[in-house]
Structure formats: C-alpha cells, structure tokens
Design a protein around this ligand. Structure first.
Ligand code: ARG
Length: 443
C-alpha cells in the first residue's frame, strides 16, 4: 500500500472489527437470499466463504489487506470463492456496514466490561465481609470527621460501580439498533428486509432514518462517557489506595506484586499500579474529547473524519478493561492494618459530633450544643488532650447534662452502632448492604 492509501485507510487499526464485520455480512447475505435478491446457491457459497475466513481469523491466520476491514474481507472472499463474492455488497454500503460493526463490537464489549466491574465488586465485597469489625476515621475535606466501619467506606465504591453497570446497560438501549440497510445514506431500492437482519443479529430495533443511522456516533460517545465515569471512580479509589498506604496513614498495604521499589531509595515501596490506574484516567478522558471533537460540526451524513472514531473508542475500552482487571486484584490482595486504623481513631476528635448530639438529645438546641463542643475541642487542643482524656468535672464545667455515661458514648464502636439510620454505618446497616450487593452481583 502506498503512503496515501495507508493514510486514508483504517486497516492499521480496524482489524479487531473483523469478526463483527463477517458476522454482519453473513446475516446480510442470508437476508438477501430470504428476500430473493440473490439465489440460495449464491448465498450458500458466500456464507461458506465468510465462515471459512472467520475460522482462519480466529486461528490467528492473516487475510488479505485492503484499505479497511470491509474491503479486506471482501478481497479475501473473492480470492476464495471467485466473483460471486462480489454479490455480498448488494444493497449496502461501507457506511452502514461500519456503523453496524461498531455497534456489534460495543454490544460485546459492554458484556465484558460489566463482568470485569463485577469482579471488582466481588473483591470489595470479600474485603468488606472479612473486615467488617474494623473501624476507621471517615473524612470530609480529608479532615477526620466521624468514625465509620471500614466495610462501609469500601462498599461505597461497590455502589458507584453498580451504577456504572446500570449506565452501560442503559447505553445499550441506544447501541442495540440496527443501522444496516441504510446503505450509503438514502436507503436502497432493493427489496430488503431489515427486520429479518435485525433478528438474525439480535438487534432490538432497526434505525428509523437512514441519514441519521450512517452519520451519528452518539452511541460511541455515550459509551466512552460511561467509561470516563468508571475511570473517575477507579481513580478516586486508586488515590485512596495511594494515600492510605502512605506511612502517614498506614491503613493498608498493597501486595508486593502491585508495588515497586525505587532505584535510589532502598526503603521505598511505591504503589505504582494504583498510580497508573489513576494516570490512565487522563487517556480515557482524552479519548472522550477526541471523539467529541471529531464529530463536532460535521455536515450530514457520513464524512471520512468519522473513521478516526475507532482509535479513541478502542483505546478507551482497552484501558478500562486493564484498569478494572488490575483493580480487582489490588483490592483482593490488600492487607488491612486495623491496628493503625484504631490509632487514627484516637486522633482528630471523631467523637465531637456524638457529644453535640448527646446534648441535643438532652434538650440543648443543636446550634448551642455545637458551640459547647467546639469550646471543649479548643480546650483539649490547648491541654494536648483528647475528648476521652477529659475528667468528668471538666465535662460538667461545659454542661450540666454530662454524666459518667459520656465516656461510653464516645467509644468508636459505640458511635458506629448508634448510626442505625438506613444506609448508615452501623454494623446492621452495613450487613444489609452486603446482602443487597451480593444479590446485585450475580456471580
Ligand atoms: N473505513 C471507513 C470508516 O472506518 C469505512 C467507511 C468508509 N466509507 C466511505 N464512504 N469511504 O469509517
């Protein structure tokens, strides 16, 4: 292929569409026979030829190369069965063909990505169940806020991933539409039966407007935007894997398999794998911006610019897949350091809100209770004490409602078990979450 041919072609990056292209062509040819457009004998020859090419591709054998995957398959078919292979392209165009291939590809990838998300959810669920007793500081603004169960904290990610799955499924409603039969842009004068093709390929609907069907890529944009949201979730989890494995927090340790040393500092154990997941987020966002920019301002209908939709789409899918695979393994091999969490529970006045709530329950207006506890915290800070170090006399000097029972109320475990509100961090609420999630993660 000369430089210009290579430049305008997509064969350097669209070969992964080959199986979808062939499956789509087989269905198309069967429809052509069904509608009486080509003979049964011709159809049989073509289908057999396509099946033999598919077999070879699956074995990893090379086929002819032309400008793009559609021409490559056709060239190979004609090489194998002769000129009758040229009848395959009756009543269609590469424009509806490429839209079909992409939709078939995304239907497949959606199922694969959902499975990988579920693997991450399973590793989260396993850690949450195994470590359900552990209490850690919950943060807002990365400042210690209130104690929470470690499991409650980690399960929050499982719920984010649950919504990601539902976004993928929802997006499938718009992927699962057959564009084939739109031909170049105007439809065709051949008496095709699009519903028949849709049925053969498992599409829920057929597209309503041939111009729209060959010219839009909103389904691919939407898919990458869903992948971008997954990347946001993964990058936040990755960030916490990094920060909470630092000496300063030391809440957990990543398995050696997912860390590496420094070439100069012998003491280092760097959380590279989590950092790379976090870093790859930039690529996926870039892919989203690439496809949005490619499509922006294009006149109807098909334009060759749209050929450039593939590299970002494939890259976003591949990057998401590897991110999910690695994340599932990092989580399942994570060593939780409950003693370190326990030490951190002593810092940061995690019981302050509890004391204010106690006063409010005694009838002190909450705003006033808040102020009293604020003064208590300031007092502790000047004395270098924690709330549990204050004597009962000191407590009473702040409010007459305090009694000896207050020490019990600010024990982290006690605080946790008071949070019985639905979706809260009490042991019972968290156990309920685990049961619910287990049902949603079908494996
Ligand atoms: N390789 C092309 C693509 O990926 C296929 C469609 C070509 N259509 C055309 N009218 N040149 O978009």
């Amino acid at each position: 292929m000369d430089k210009f041919q290579e430049f305008i072609g997509s064969s350097s990056f669209d070969s992964r569409l080959a199986p979808y292209d062939i499956i789509g062509s087989i269905a198309h040819v069967k429809m052509l026979v069904h509608s009486g457009i080509i003979s049964g004998a011709e159809g049989k020859k073509i289908v057999n030829g396509l099946e033999s090419i598919l077999k070879d591709i699956k074995k990893g054998n090379k086929i002819s190369v032309a400008e793009d995957i559609h021409y490559s398959v056709e060239k190979e078919l004609i090489k194998r069965i002769g000129s009758v292979g040229g009848k395959m392209h009756t009543a269609r165009s590469r424009n509806d063909q490429v839209a079909l291939d992409l939709r078939l590809y995304l239907k497949d990838e959606a199922a694969g990505i959902i499975e990988l998300i579920e693997n991450v959810q399973i590793s989260i669920l396993n850690q949450a169940q195994a470590n359900i007793k552990f209490v850690m500081p919950g943060y807002t603004h990365l400042q210690p806020a209130q104690p929470v169960l470690f499991s409650h904290y980690l399960l929050s990610y499982a719920w984010m991933f649950e919504r990601d799955k539902s976004r993928i499924n929802n997006c499938q409603e718009r992927v699962n539409i057959l564009p084939l039969g739109s031909a170049a842009l105007a439809g065709t004068s051949f008496p095709i039966d699009r519903k028949y093709t849709a049925k053969l390929l498992g599409f829920k609907e057929v597209s309503e407007n041939s111009i729209d069907a060959v010219s839009d890529r909103d389904f691919a944009i939407e898919f990458i935007s869903v992948l971008s949201i997954i990347a946001v979730h993964l990058s936040r989890l990755a960030e916490e894997l990094v920060i909470f494995s630092s000496v300063e927090f030391d809440f957990w340790e990543l398995s050696d398999k997912f860390t590496s040393g420094s070439s100069i500092m012998p003491q280092k154990k760097n959380p590279d794998s989590a950092e790379i997941i976090r870093g790859k987020t930039g690529r996926i966002f870039g892919d989203l911006f690439a496809i949005l920019t490619i499509m922006k301002g294009l006149p109807l209908s098909y334009n060759r610019d749209m050929q450039e939709d593939k590299p970002p789409l494939f890259d976003a899918v591949d990057t998401t897949r590897i991110n999910l695979e690695i994340m599932a393994e990092i989580i399942s091999t994570l060593k939780i350091k409950s003693e370190q969490m326990k030490k951190s529970n002593e810092k940061g006045f995690l019981g302050a809100t509890e004391i204010a709530d106690y006063l409010a329950k005694c009838g002190v207006p909450f705003r006033q209770a808040h102020e009293i506890v604020k003064q208590m915290v300031l007092f502790c800070q000047t004395k270098g004490k924690t709330l549990k170090d204050l004597s009962i006399e000191e407590y009473k000097s702040f409010s007459k409602y305090f009694n000896i029972g207050i020490y019990d109320k600010i024990l982290p475990k006690k605080i946790i078990n008071e949070k019985k509100s639905y979706g809260g961090t009490s042991r019972d609420s968290v156990s309920l979450q685990i049961e619910k999630l287990k049902k949603l993660v079908k494996k």
